[in-house]
Design a protein around this ligand. Structure first.
Ligand code: C5P
Length: 221
């Protein structure tokens, strides 16, 4: 793996429901293998935050303006993780003009390096249909709610486990049932069920998957 730099190109597309472990998993892959990493949900969250700051008003023009102003630095913002932002991000993600406006940033990111990992809902299907490896993360709702509650506590959000579970189910339903770019597991994706895995176990599993996939593409490095 240390010889990964010799690899010409390897791109990973990951999708999955909210709190399924995809952000943590893909972050760990990116650190270990020195790949550039994008959590595409942050783009939708960023637009949602800006809309909330704009008294809930938004239109095509505003979204275009916001999307052009996005930088990776701006995506590093605790305010993006409140329950209000999460809920609104999934509502605006149904709008074709929002998805279209955010596509550019994602395409530029993918082309910015030969080693990238991007996670979201439509990455394997729409954003990186030719990815070298596609992952699909899943996890039980109970476990997901526990994980999200822990994260909310870190940012001092006062919510109960039941409220978190309800909000997760609602958001996942919206993501799966929407007409445009719904959350789906594409045919050639590898299923990663993180329900019973510790972070370390997930990391080992993912690195092995990536290693096998690189071997398939380039042989023993
Ligand atoms: O992954 P995260 O929870 O940060 O995503 C926030 C919301 O953004 C999701 O609920 C989903 O509606 C939307 N999203 C999307 N397509 C992506 C990434 C996120 O529709 N590729």
């Amino acid at each position: 793996m240390s010889k990964l730099k010799k690899i010409i190109e390897f791109k990973i597309a990951a999708d999955g429901s909210s709190a399924s472990g995809k952000t943590t998993g893909c972050y760990l892959i990116s650190k270990k293998l020195k790949m550039r990493f994008l959590s595409s949900g942050l783009l939708y969250r960023y637009c949602a935050l800006k809309i909330l700051e704009n008294n809930n008003f938004y239109n095509f023009k505003l979204i275009n303006k916001i999307s052009k102003s996005i930088t990776l630095k701006k995506l590093n913002n605790k305010k993006l993780f409140t329950p209000e932002v999460a809920q609104l991000s999934s509502l605006i993600a149904k709008k074709p003009f929002v998805r279209k406006a955010l596509k550019n940033f994602q395409k530029n990111f993918i082309n910015s390096s030969k080693l990238v990992v991007v996670e979201g809902r439509d990455i394997g299907s729409k954003i990186m249909p030719k990815a070298d490896l596609k992952l699909f993360f899943t996890c039980s709702v109970k476990e997901k709610a526990k994980r999200r509650l822990k994260e909310f506590k870190l940012i001092n959000e006062k919510v109960t486990l039941k409220q978190v579970e309800k909000a997760l189910i609602k958001r996942d339903n919206e993501d799966v049932k929407r007409k445009i770019s719904p959350l789906i597991m594409v045919k050639n994706a590898v299923l990663v069920d993180t329900t019973k895995l510790s972070i370390k176990q997930m990391e080992v599993k993912l690195i092995n998957l990536v290693r096998d996939s690189i071997k398939k593409k380039y042989g023993n490095l």
